[in-house]
Design a protein around this ligand. Structure first.
Ligand code: C2O
Ligand code: CU
Ligand code: CU
Length: 470
């Protein structure tokens, strides 16, 4: 496990190199590390002063995904800073205990920059609560940053977008946890907390253990659930987080795997229709040595994520789960306004380059691609709103909102128990989806908040909008 706590107050965006597989050296980026960034640990009620230095040769940002900070501190695309420049925000930490995400967010470049390694995890601690869960970092509490990557034959990490990658988002066939392919972690016999962040560009996971054991989800994107939720499998889309507690006292080694969701659920939609055959024939990337991989997500073997060995019992820490958790998500009340968002796979008629060209597709929301100097929505602080998100084609998307967390009211056309899903900032969209939200942090026209699909290739292609909160 590569990520340790504490990197001082400085994050240096730097180039690095890394041998992931096959002895080949990949060129990577990281925040103060070769690849990814250190775990940032913030205390609620304090101010986190961070100075981010750009030692790369293109503009970057540092976006605090999930954190409730005003627009000028949020690290969205307007706050890009160039090579040699430093950005030093002072972040008031006003968020319940949670597992969050940070990453670069430059318009049109988020996919490649995050893929190279400009991403990391934030853990917020709340000194006001007595954490009843395992919380001894590196002993019974572990961060797991899960990503998928592609490597060429020599073992070098690659990112280039064929037509299918642009359409569905870029998916790799090797899974990394904290930057390592299929790592092994030794955990203590007893209860162990795993903070899982899906930092993949596009891939969704359906996590489970090889022996089918049950575990409990205790937190989602925005913090603790009201009570531990027993489950045997857990789906996480891109940028979603979940904290789970797993019982290892039986001492049997076990692996964490994922059903290969791949592009399944996408391919049986209207998109592939009878044009599918010719589209695939035209896309060399798709028919290359990767063949038809991922086309039928259910038939493949499960993807191995990582394995666990069980050591001695931890010297301290809880031995049983509490029945309720000190969850701290506010009640939002009834909405005073409704807004509709349609995620568009293309906007404005013909796609540049056309289908066969495999490039230049302009995606959008509500008929328009993202434009940095257009404000799409204006929101009033303190008012609860209901947002309804839909997609113009049968395709899996996600929807993420900056500046606040939300409750999911219905998902994929079905009502959901939001107490079970918890406080969220990303939701999967595979059909009409409704969220209830309220903004308390302000965002101006110069530094608005974003909403977007968190499939990074969709976001980069324009599936993003922005709003002020006044
Ligand atoms: Cu993960 Cu707009 O962010
Ligand atoms: Cu975000
Ligand atoms: Cu999308």
């Amino acid at each position: 496990m590569e990520i340790g706590p504490g990197a001082g107050n400085t994050l240096d965006a730097i180039r690095g190199t890394r041998e992931f597989t096959g002895g080949a050296t990949s060129e990577t980026w990281g925040y103060s590390q070769d690849y990814l960034g250190p775990l940032l640990r913030f205390r609620r009620g304090r101010t986190a002063n961070i100075s981010v230095m750009n030692r790369l040769d293109e503009p970057i940002t540092a976006h605090w995904h999930g954190m409730h900070v005003p627009g000028y501190l949020d690290g969205g695309p307007q706050l890009a800073f160039g090579p040699g420049e430093t950005w030093a925000p002072e972040l008031p930490v006003d968020h319940p205990a949670a597992t969050l995400f940070y990453h670069s967010h430059v318009h049109g470049r988020t996919g490649p920059q995050v893929y190279r390694g400009l991403a990391g995890m934030i853990v917020i601690d709340d000194p006001e609560i007595d954490d009843p869960l395992p919380h001894d970092y590196g002993v019974n509490d572990f961060p797991l940053i899960v990503q998928d990557r592609r490597f060429d034959r020599s073992g070098r990490m690659t990112y280039s977008l064929g037509m299918m990658d642009r359409m569905h988002g870029f998916q790799g066939d090797q899974i990394l946890v904290n930057g390592v392919i299929r790592p092994k972690l030794t955990v203590p016999a007893g209860l162990v907390r795993l903070r899982i962040l899906n930092a993949s560009n596009a891939r969704a996971y359906d996590f489970r253990f090889t022996d089918g054991r049950q575990f409990h989800q205790v937190a989602s994107d925005g913090g603790l659930l009201a009570r531990p939720l027993a489950m045997a499998s857990l789906q996480l889309d891109g940028a979603e987080r979940a904290e789970i507690v797993v019982e290892f006292s039986d001492r049997s080694p076990v692996s964490l795997v994922s059903r290969d969701i791949g592009m399944n659920g996408v391919m049986n939609g209207g998109m592939m229709g009878d044009r599918g055959g010719s589209m695939m024939m035209g896309d060399r990337g798709m028919m290359g040595d990767r063949g038809m991989m991922g086309m039928d997500g259910n038939s493949g073997a499960p993807l191995e994520i990582m394995s666990f060995d069980v050591g001695e019992a931890a010297p301290a820490g809880p031995t049983r789960l509490p029945t309720s958790l000190p969850s701290d998500a506010p009640a939002l009340g009834d909405p005073v306004r409704r807004r509709n968002f349609t995620l568009n796979m293309h906007t404005g008629g013909m796609m540049r380059g056309g289908m066969m060209g495999g490039g230049g597709q302009t995606m959008g929301i509500n008929g328009a691609p993202y434009v940095m100097d257009r404000i799409d929505e204006t929101v009033r602080a303190g008012e609860t709103e209901l947002w309804r998100i839909n997609a113009d084609m049968m395709m899996r998307h996600t929807f993420h909102v900056h500046g606040t967390s939300f409750r999911v009211v219905s998902q994929n056309g079905r009502p959901v128990d939001s107490a079970q899903i918890g406080w969220k900032d990303v939701v999967r969209v595979q059909g009409p989806t409704e969220i209830l939200l309220r903004f308390d942090k302000l965002a101006s026209e110069e530094t608005p908040f974003m909403y977007h699909c968190h499939i990074l290739e969709h976001e980069d292609a324009g599936m993003m909008g922005q709003f002020t909160v006044t």
